[in-house]
Design a protein around this ligand. Sequence first.
Ligand code: DLZ
Length: 158
Amino acid sequence: MATSLKNLNDYKKDSFADISDKKFGIVVADWHNEITDVLCAGAIDTLLQHGAKKENIFRNTVPGSFELTLGAQFLALQEEIDAVICIGVVIKGDTKHDDYINHAVANGLTNVSLKFNKPVSFGLVTTNNLEQALDRAGGKHGNKGVEAAAAAIHMLSF
Ligand code: DLZ
């Protein structure tokens, strides 16, 4: 049975593949970078805690979440990259921009993952306001960067 992805503490290290030689690309959106930096730190900590080597983790930035898809594709194209973790924060505003971005990213990342047959995880925090985003970046709802990294590790263990 699949292990829950809710919390890093739920993980039994033994049930996951050895990732000590796996290479990870992380794509981080610059928009709301005070939050995406925290999510990214959570993702990197998770990879390291599970045995990834620091030199095998490649962090790249893109301007906004909309560009996560192309950033993920640039990385997935590189043969040596085993999994890609995408991190962004989209906060609802007065218009429907969030809908367009969120759907484009969800579809785009799915396509990249299937096209390159590699895990591409969706660390996109989509919220109604800043407080909800902070709650998901080390606040009361955990750190979604941790979950995105954990999802990539889990998929490498498939
Ligand atoms: C334009 C825009 C807006 C309004 N809001 C966000 C946001 O909340 N989070 C985010 O990551 N990016 C946002 N962007 C920028 C777009 O993702 C994209 O970078 C620009 O539209 C340029 O393509």
